[in-house]
Design a protein around this ligand. Structure first.
Ligand code: G3I
Length: 388
């Protein structure tokens, strides 16, 4: 049910290389567009993209179709992995922007904007940094100075080279644990530790202290005073005790004057959540709407940042109902500015086995795609939205 145990990451390149070619000879024309419909409402519609799928010389026809879908359906993209520390930060003075710049160049050429994901996260850390500290090469103060430098350098790079491209930065991500809202908690900052390949330990809390998230926001504000700074997490989009802890955490930061502008609601959910009966957990579209209102009540901009909807066999219609219901519940809210999904094709997803997206493995639209278009049209016409 709520199992966000991280599936091993799947290489976009391998996935595309292994996915069936059926459908590509006869790709379904895409005459409508999620982002064009969202724009009528004053909102953005976006997706995570993987560089290995965007440009894949091994499967040029698949890659072309991938680019066609992205360029026609979205106005906002987010690199799924290429902008993370582990992908870019190669050494104390060495940040390699070459891969993420390929995505950024393509976004600019196609008139898309980008989310910045992510500056400070307890996962996807550079091994040289964590292991260097473990060997005594860096003291905690050194690590603090290095991450401040990293934030300045990364934000500065995009500000200078791609002015206006990045509409929002995920400054900090998933600081609150444990993962599962049914675990009984207690919910709060993850324990400090250097087990960065595991799930629970937080290297930043270990090195920078309990206020590391606030410090990261202040560094980010000073690096780019105009940037919109987001805190991003999961299980913060519906009623549950982990969501309450995240709300308290962010409220506390705002009370202390921390420059947080927005909240990212990841929205990694499953059709099975609709059947969940667990004390203290309210997974309903009404609850999603109320939760967004609670966040907007803090004065924050809200974005759904990583939506996907896991499903089992024969659950395509229920998935479509939940996808469209989430779009309707979120984008009906004045304070919600974007609906971003974590990929769009079941061929390239961290939850590939659950077919959690709305284009199939041959990159043709599923029922969920059309249901989201209908939901956007219904919002446009003031008819609310579909409900599962
Ligand atoms: O690019 C390397 C490749 O060179 C190498 O050969 C291969 C060997 O494992 O790894 C490749 O990197 C992987 C990367 O995905 C790209 O495929 C990493 O190992 C792998 O850890 C990484 O997984 C990503 C994960 O975040 C960790 O960064 C997933 O694709 C990505 O979907 C996932 O996204 C997160 C969000 O950032 C935050 N919210 C939850 C979401 C899902 O876990």
């Amino acid at each position: 049910m709520i199992d966000l145990a991280r599936a091993g990451a799947l290489s976009a390149l391998l996935l595309l290389a292994s996915c069936a070619s059926s459908g590509l000879d006869d790709p379904v024309p895409l005459s409508d567009s999620l982002s064009r419909r969202a724009r009528v409402l004053g909102k953005s519609f976006g997706s995570a993209v993987a560089l290995g799928a965007l440009f894949n010389d091994e499967r040029p026809e698949l890659s072309r179709r991938y680019r066609e879908v992205v360029a026609s359906q979205f106005d906002l993209i987010v690199p799924e992995s290429e902008m993370k520390m582990a992908a870019m930060w190669k050494g104390p003075d060495d940040i390699d922007f070459s891969r993420v710049d390929r995505i950024a160049d393509w976004a600019v050429a196609n008139g898309l904007r980008m989310r910045g994901h992510v500056l400070v996260w307890h996962r996807s850390l550079p091994a040289w940094l964590v292991e260097g500290r473990g060997r005594g090469a860096y003291a905690n103060d050194d690590v603090a100075a290095m991450v401040e430098w990293y934030i300045r350098r990364v934000m500065g790079h995009f500000k200078e080279r791609y002015p206006g491209l990045i509409s929002a930065w995920d400054v900090a991500n998933e600081a609150i644990g444990p993962n599962d809202p049914r675990s009984g908690g207690p919910f709060g900052l993850r324990p400090p530790g250097s087990d960065y390949r595991g799930e629970g330990q937080d290297f930043w809390r270990l090195c920078l202290g309990d206020d590391y998230v606030e410090r990261a926001f202040r560094w980010a504000r000073s690096a780019d005073p105009e940037a919109k700074l987001f805190y991003n997490d999961y299980h913060d989009e519906y009623g549950n005790p982990k969501g309450d802890a995240i709300f308290d955490f962010v409220s506390g930061m705002l009370d202390r004057g921390t420059p947080v502008d927005g909240i990212g609601l990841q929205c990694h959910v499953s059709v099975a959540y609709l059947d969940m009966a667990f004390p203290g957990i309210d997974f309903s579209l009404r609850s999603v709407g109320e939760t967004i209102e609670r966040w907007t009540g803090l004065g924050l901009e809200v974005q759904v940042t990583e939506a996907d909807v896991g499903m089992g066999a024969g659950e395509g219609r229920r998935q479509a109902g939940l996808f469209s219901g989430l779009v309707a519940a979120a984008l009906a809210e004045r304070g919600a500015s974007a609906f971003v999904t974590w990929g769009f094709t079941d061929a390239v997803s961290w939850r590939e086995a659950e077919r959690p997206l709305y284009f199939d493995r041959s990159l043709n639209p599923k029922e969920s795609y059309y249901a989201m278009l209908d939901a956007l049209e219904a919002l446009e016409e003031g008819r609310g939205g579909l409900r599962p």
